[in-house]
Design a protein around this ligand. Structure first.
Ligand SMILES: N[C@@H](CCC(=O)N[C@@H](CS)C(=O)NCC(=O)O)C(=O)O
Length: 215
């Protein structure tokens, strides 16, 4: 058995943050497929009692420790590996600020938008999609502006803030109906920088469950 097990599925940008981090630090890890859309495993009492009371993916198992929330998983892996760690207290707080902003307003809106537009059938109500798209445009503008200042979110080196923020960004543009990189030039070069890191892989290569049955 590998040192780390990650409960995940290919379409989850929330899980991709953890899978990408594990790969970038060169960890010995294996995915544990969660049949999220088919059996809805995350909603079962077994999953909620034994894996994650919050009914969410990702979950990282490391020996006797079980962690959820990608921000917690990223922090844990950065502290254990010494890689992608913010340097010093100011950067640590700054990373936390971006992790929270990301979870709520960047990927926190991108994930549900893509789910309603591309995954669920019939698709979500147009008004819900319009609302989310407005929030997404605002959040992506903020990230793009930040990246005009430095190569990575916290400065010259990549940290867990970057690994969190790329959550949904590498999924195909057709799944969103707009092109994140095409529309934001600073985000585009930053995505290429992260893609060039040793160990980078696309979410569909890193986690099981792609393609979705019937697609
Ligand atoms: N903030 C959480 C978000 C996790 C999340 O919402 N994951 C989705 C899958 S992509 C999920 O499990 N949703 C189930 C639900 O919301 O009930 C994280 O970053 O880990």
């Amino acid at each position: 058995m590998a040192e780390y097990q990650l409960y995940c599925f290919a379409q989850s940008g929330n899980a991709y943050r953890a899978a990408l981090m594990l790969n970038l630090i060169g960890a010995d890890w294996e995915p544990k497929f969660v049949d999220f859309f088919g059996k809805g495993v995350q909603r079962t009492p077994e999953y909620r009692n034994a894996v994650n009371e919050m009914g969410e993916v990702p979950v990282l198992v490391h020996g006797a420790r079980t962690l959820s929330q990608s921000g917690v998983i990223l922090t844990y892996l950065a502290e254990r590996s010494g890689k992608f760690q913010p340097a010093g207290e100011d950067q640590r707080l700054e990373a936390l600020r971006w992790l929270l902003f990301d979870n709520q307003k960047v990927n926190g809106y991108l994930g549900p938008y893509r789910f309603l537009r591309f995954i669920v059938r019939p698709p979500g109500h147009p008004e819900a999609l319009t609302f989310l798209k407005g929030r997404i445009d605002n959040a992506l503008g903020i990230v793009d502006k930040r990246l005009a200042k430095a190569p990575f979110i916290l400065g010259e080196a990549p940290t867990i803030a970057d690994i969190s923020l790329v959550g949904y960004f590498y999924y195909p543009a057709e799944e969103f109906g707009f092109d994140i990189a095409g529309d934001h030039k600073n985000i585009a070069v930053w995505l290429d920088r992260i893609k060039a890191l040793p160990g980078w892989k696309h979410p569909y290569e890193l986690m099981p469950g792609h393609p979705l049955p019937g697609r």
